[in-house]
Write a protein that binds this ligand. Structure first.
Ligand code: NAD
Length: 443
């Protein structure tokens, strides 16, 4: 099939590369000329495990190409994927300007039937808006061409995006017409060989499914963080509680890790947008609002612990920070807990020596003017002469560090572990003071 994809970010590029990898002809289009030029030169703009080899392979095989020419892309694809950003607007709602710009572009250039697919995460009712935008453009051209708008939200996880796309748990397709469903089946056929993963539903339900999924995952995290905070006050250990509840199959072990708050480009904005959507229909989404506020305060937990430990005297101190990305295996810093922490430390007059396996360039780009931030080439370098070690991201390489080196490199052997990577007793036996999240009396 011939497929056009608008947006070559995390979702668009992974979608394009994976669809090309199973044999489709894919043309990716972006307004960012530098990004497209880099992609044409074989430079991948993001870090995502396994992405670079399949992009290269499919470019070389002639199945994947890149352009800034939207007209060419519209003419090219029988299916037009919209995979552009939907950042939060000032009132928390999803900003649809990029999605609707693409819709108008498609309407301006299309000459025959197209399936237009919303892959971006968009609020319920956006399918109708995309339909209206395309119809208006067609009417302006005096045309009444047939087209269908489909909702096909993306569930990939950054850090495991290629694997998720290649072996999806489900492929949600919200569509009104048989013709569109049949084309979507054809596009996704290669991913359905083992069993049919396509869940076909109406457009609005598909749009809500994506928000419901992310809101559920965010709820699990905020729930665990709330129990972790209670554990501290009650002298219980959240890690033991976690194992105790996870063993119940109705609860399960997945996604119940406490920590210093969730971040990323999806959970914070999608929970906010769903709260906003609820408001628009005069519904007060109390649970979702609490999920958001629990997370906002959880992002300050490490700073509070640091402040208490150092009796409020943080000015002039230097802290080693391991982990900048919002989660492991990505370079994405959007809404990362590390940012809230660093900004609080700087406001208190402290400095940060930071290391992350993949997010150094992105951190440099965001905080290029920050003298209080020193980016270090290794995790060991970040420790040298620091007053304490703080951990914000659970990268594998942080899990079994050389604790005696930590003791020798830090001014004072103390760890603030925002991801509960270590056993408090073992760390304390090595002469290190340890603060975790929800670790009862050991905090
Ligand atoms: P991103 O910011 O990484 O990429 C968006 C891309 O769209 C950018 O390269 C931008 O230049 C491009 N763009 C903007 N306007 C354009 C236009 N008119 N024509 C062509 N390209 C245009 O965004 P992302 O993280 O890939 O997210 C895209 C959507 O997918 C969002 O709605 C997001 O919520 C959703 N989503 C993201 C993830 C994730 O893990 N990142 C997972 C599932 C769903």
């Amino acid at each position: 099939m011939k497929i056009a994809i608008f947006g070559t970010g995390y979702v668009g590029l992974v979608t394009g590369a994976c669809l090309a990898d199973v044999g489709h002809q894919v043309l990716c289009v972006d307004v960012d000329e530098k990004k497209i030029q880099n992609l044409k030169n074989g430079l991948i703009p993001i870090y995502e495990p396994g992405l670079e080899p399949i992009v290269k392979l499919n470019v070389e095989a002639g199945r994947l190409s890149f352009t800034t020419n939207a007209e060419e892309a519209v003419a090219f694809g029988d299916i037009q994927f919209i995979a552009v950003g939907t950042p939060p607007d000032e009132d928390g709602s999803a900003d649809l300007q990029y999605v609707l710009t693409v819709a108008r572009t498609i309407g301006r250039h299309m000459q025959d039937y197209k399936v237009v697919v919303d892959k971006s995460t968009v609020p319920v009712g956006t399918g109708d808006k995309v339909h209206a935008a395309i119809s208006a453009e067609l009417a302006g051209r005096g045309l009444s061409l047939e087209f269908d708008v489909v909702s096909n939200p993306e569930f990939l996880k950054e850090g495991d995006a290629v694997g998720d796309f290649m072996k999806p748990d489900r492929i949600v397709v919200g569509a009104q017409s048989e013709r569109a469903v049949s084309l979507m089946r054809e596009a996704y056929e290669p991913f359905n060989r083992n069993h049919d993963r396509m869940v076909v539903m109406d457009v609005r339900s598909a749009e809500l499914t994506k928000y419901a999924a992310n809101a559920m995952l965010a709820t699990k995290i905020s729930f665990m963080n709330e129990i972790a905070n209670l554990s501290e006050l009650l002298g219980a250990d959240i890690e033991q509680v976690r194992k105790g509840i996870g063993s119940d199959p109705r609860i399960g072990y997945h996604f119940i890790y406490p920590g210093c708050g969730y971040g990323g480009s999806c959970f914070p904005k999608d929970v906010k947008a769903l709260v906003r959507t609820a408001k628009d229909v005069a519904y007060d989404a109390k649970l979702l609002s609490s999920v958001e506020s629990v997370n906002d305060s959880q992002k300050h937990v490490l700073f509070r612990k640091l402040s208490e430990h150092f009796n409020g005297k943080l000015a002039g101190r230097t802290f080693a920070l391991w982990g900048l990305a919002f989660k492991p295996n990505t370079d994405d810093m959007r809404e990362a807990s590390s940012r809230v922490l660093m900004e609080s430390l700087w406001a208190a007059g402290a400095k940060v020596q930071a290391f992350d396996p993949k997010a150094m360039e992105e951190t440099q780009r965001i905080y290029s003017d920050k003298d209080e931030l020193m980016l270090c080439g290794t995790k060991e370098q970040a420790l040298k002469g620091a007053d304490a070690l703080i951990i914000c991201t659970e990268w594998k390489e942080f899990r079994s560090p050389d604790f005696s080196y930590i003791v020798s490199a830090l001014k004072e052997p103390v760890i603030f572990d925002g991801r509960n990577l270590y056993d408090p007793e073992r760390v304390q036996r090595k002469g290190i003071q340890y603060y975790g999240i929800g670790r009862g009396l050991s905090i």
